[in-house]
Design a protein around this ligand. Structure first.
Ligand code: CA
Length: 233
């Protein structure tokens, strides 16, 4: 089945450009010109991924994100953000809305398609892992369920985004081994891209916050990357 992508953008030229390129890549594409109608659309026909512009009339991209992440039925849909300026990226990341990836306008349609595919592969990979016969991983107080994508610390459930879950899963699967930012980008995000190391740092920071008392399980190895501690059982 073709992946279904919802584009939320009020600029027709961009909708057309992105739609064309995604369809060429074998995806089904739907679009909405503002946040309100996009929220309605998402409820009716759940997309596999949302491409979301920051600047929208009415409910803007950031507010849309916040509203989506509050709804249990659709909160885990991956979001690729379109931003007009590189400086906006800092703001978006700072707001910790659980955006999976972002591109700055003007963007190369080819790169956008590659990034969208990378996110979809990641989600698909999680689904396939879930179908296998290793449904749970544990490390010290942390337990993750690969089938339901639930994560727990000392039995208390955490609310993780798809990217945070995948990051935690990767660190757990490679427990005790240092992972460079580049490796994590490659495995978790599905691409290597100069300058995106801070994407990793931001997600690690957010993951640590959510891990609460178990945050020290994720160690920073200065100048190298991150590692999940092995000394706790
Ligand atoms: Ca716009």
């Amino acid at each position: 089945m073709s992946p279904r992508v919802l584009i939320v953008e009020d600029e027709p030229d961009i909708v057309e450009l992105v739609s064309y390129n995604l369809r060429q890549a074998g995806m089904e594409v739907d679009s909405a010109g503002d946040g309100e109608s996009a929220l309605e659309r998402v409820a009716v026909q759940r997309p596999d991924l949302i491409i979301l512009d920051v600047m929208l009339p009415g409910v803007d991209g950031l507010e849309f994100c916040r509203l989506l992440r509050q709804r249990p039925d659709v909160r885990d849909i991956p979001i690729m953000m379109l931003t007009a300026r590189a400086e906006e990226v800092d703001r978006i990341v700072g707001l910790e809305l659980g955006v999976d990836d972002y591109v700055t306008k003007p963007f190369s349609p080819r790169e956008l398609v590659l990034r969208v595919k990378a996110i979809l592969r990641r989600v698909d990979g999680q689904a396939r892992t879930a179908a296998g016969n290793t449904p749970r991983l544990s490390a010290g107080p942390i337990v993750i369920d690969l089938q339901s994508h639930d994560a727990y610390v000392d039995g208390a459930a955490l609310t993780l985004t798809a990217t945070e879950f995948n990051l935690l899963q990767t660190l757990m699967e490679r427990r005790g081994r240092v992972q460079s930012r580049e490796e994590l980008l490659n495995v978790v995000w599905g691409y290597q891209y100069a300058g995106y190391g801070r994407t990793v740092d931001t997600h690690v920071r957010r993951l640590r916050e959510k891990l609460g008392d178990a945050h020290e399980m994720v160690e920073t190895v200065r100048g190298v990357g991150y590692r999940l501690r092995r000394d706790k059982t």
